[in-house]
Design a protein around this ligand. Sequence first.
Ligand code: C2E
Ligand code: MG
Ligand code: MG
Ligand code: MG
Length: 293
Amino acid sequence: DAKGRGRAGFRFYSAELTAQAKQRGMLETALRRAESAGELVVFYQPKIDLASTRLVGAEALLRWQHPSLGLVQPDKFIGIAEDTGLIVGIGAWVLKQACRTARRWNENSSQALKIAVNLSSRQFRDNDLVALVSDYLQATGCSPAWLEFEITESLLLEDNEAIGIALKAFRAMGISIAIDDFGTGYSSLAYLKRFPINVLKIDRSFINDVMLDRDSTELVKGIITMAHSLRLELVAEGIENAVQEQFLQDFGCHFGQGYRYGKPMPQASFEAHPLMLACRQKNAGRAPQSQQP
Ligand code: C2E
Ligand code: MG
Ligand code: MG
Ligand code: MG
């Protein structure tokens, strides 16, 4: 009967919840020692100039090399890291790696490659992020011009004065600030006036549907027009094919990222990637390449 089914359904549901909670607890425990155990790895995904399809930089994307689970993707553990506050330490670690890599890629190079780093709301709350960033820049010899921070619209909706102050300080230092997953938040666009944003990253879902669905086509055109008139840099995320690329080129989107150019990959693979080699070659005539470990 209905009641019986309901109870069985509840039992099943609650058993599933318990299993989920256990799994989460297990991941949390493992995540607590992941950094010190050397299990965290930063992957890099190429970002290109759409007009020339040349490399202009990369996004740093975290991976967790778990001893038994294998390579764990961020959607499995970033949420846990944010809820527990572990993201503060982990995010700082990612930032330092990105600074080191930016220094390595840019020293003796005339053509700057910028590395974009994702920042969570917790990182703005739990420590003096601006001081931390200055320290890392100094310690690694990374120029602020080689860094971009990606934040989400929801961060700007938080009623937190410290966020605006930190963003202003970063821009004053010369670090770019990008809105990630642009178009998926619920925000009014007023934050573009209130905060020192200089880059928009159009969410992958719009790019995915750009040739399939008229609304997405018009939305993307509208975002491109708005970015041009507000003098914002524009990056399209999730470009997978030539049709999407052509559309974005035709309408004057500046930069692109997606599997069409390269998936997120380990640093060594990135440095051996044809896009990087082409960039190095262009440089070689102008300045000597350093041989660094
Ligand atoms: P995100 O910042 O929006 O990063 C873009 C995501 O889209 C990445 O997923 C990337 O692998 C994926 N992607 C890029 N191009 C394509 C494409 O052409 N097709 C498809 N299907 N996907 C594409 P990933 O690496 O799994 O990262 C997921 C999210 O995890 C990121 O989304 C970001 O919000 C978060 N994340 C990753 N690393 C960090 C980190 O160091 N700190 C923080 N706070 N969040 C991070
Ligand atoms: Mg991002
Ligand atoms: Mg995104
Ligand atoms: Mg995201």
